[in-house]
Ligand binder design. Structure first.
Ligand code: CAA
Length: 257
């Protein structure tokens, strides 16, 4: 499919999806969300893809949020639908993907942009990145999962502070509060993200997918995470990759997944 607002490139098992509206600081409008939905599903269904990397075009922005120009005139009903469609099409899709998703945060990650990074499984930020949830300054609240996922990552107190002050923080502060996993220079961001993806790709994709499912279970209402772990653990047994991984150990060789 030809995309207007994103670039999708598959190389060496990694699908790099780049939000490509740099003049609008890669803001997420409806078309961009639809295209991301399509590209992420395509990567999920492509056996050659093992890890996804999300990033933004240019040096200024990862994503500066939902497209304010698009939703400024919305009614209450339309606002609710905007949020609910976003959860379904993109943010929950990313969080629950069985392939790892790394956000390479190359600049502003604000509002919906930070929310997409938070839905990802791993976040790597450039030193120059600025992160925040500025929504209350616009008379609205984070609507793409930010009120939930920020508290999961940083604890409730910091989440309340960041959301209510609408302050932007730099990458080092984000690292300190557990909002990002690593901070590297902008010039190293791509290589570092690829190295992280390559490290994950040495492991069993099936086991990695089951691990994502089990970790996520802790954050789902009404789901017993320990039971989900038991199920996901059991699901690994007898699979080709389990047989390869355990045989390789016993035969003192590297597994070939
Ligand atoms: N939506 C739409 N357009 C945006 C945008 C956004 N979120 N962020 C930036 N842009 C546009 C600007 O309007 C501007 O476009 P024009 O040239 O057509 O005027 C262009 O990108 C460049 O932006 P600035 O001139 O503002 O650049 P700057 O360097 O002066 O400021 C900034 C950078 C501080 C990031 C500023 O652009 C900004 O504050 N952006 C909005 C951030 C924000 O509030 N995000 C939350 C959105 S709401 C949301 O995400 C809701 C949700 O949870 C679902």
């Amino acid at each position: 499919m030809n995309y207007q607002n994103i670039l999708a490139n598959n190389e060496n098992g990694i699908s790099t999806i780049t939000i490509n509206r740099p003049k609008q600081l890669n803001a997420l409008n409806k078309l961009t969300i639809d295209e991301l939905h399509h590209a992420i599903n395509a990567a999920q269904n492509n056996n050659a893809v093992r890890v996804l990397i999300l990033t933004g075009q240019g040096e200024k922005a990862f994503i500066a949020g939902a497209d304010i120009k698009e939703f400024a005139g919305f009614s209450r009903q339309e606002g609710k639908k905007l949020s609910s469609d976003g959860h379904d099409k993109l943010f929950n899709l990313v969080e629950n993907l069985s392939k790892p998703v790394i956000s390479a945060i190359n600049g502003f990650a604000l509002g919906g942009g930070l929310e997409l990074a938070m839905a990802s499984h791993i976040r790597i930020a450039a030193e120059s990145a600025k992160l925040g949830l500025p929504e209350v300054g616009l008379g609205v609240i984070p609507g793409y999962g930010g009120t939930q996922r920020l508290a999961h990552l940083t604890g409730k107190g910091k989440a309340m502070e960041l959301i209510m002050t609408a302050n932007m923080i730099n990458a080092q502060e984000a690292l300190k509060i557990g909002l990002v996993n690593h901070v590297v220079s902008l010039s190293e961001l791509t290589d570092f993200s690829i190295k992280m993806a390559s490290r994950i790709m040495r492991n069993s994709p099936m086991a990695v997918g089951n691990a994502i499912r089990a970790v996520n279970a802790n954050y789902k209402d009404g789901v017993d995470g320990y039971q989900e772990e038991i199920n996901a653990f059991g699901d690994c047994f007898g699979t080709e990759e389990f047989i390869e991984g355990t045989s390789a150990f016993l035969e003192k060789r590297k597994p070939n997944f």
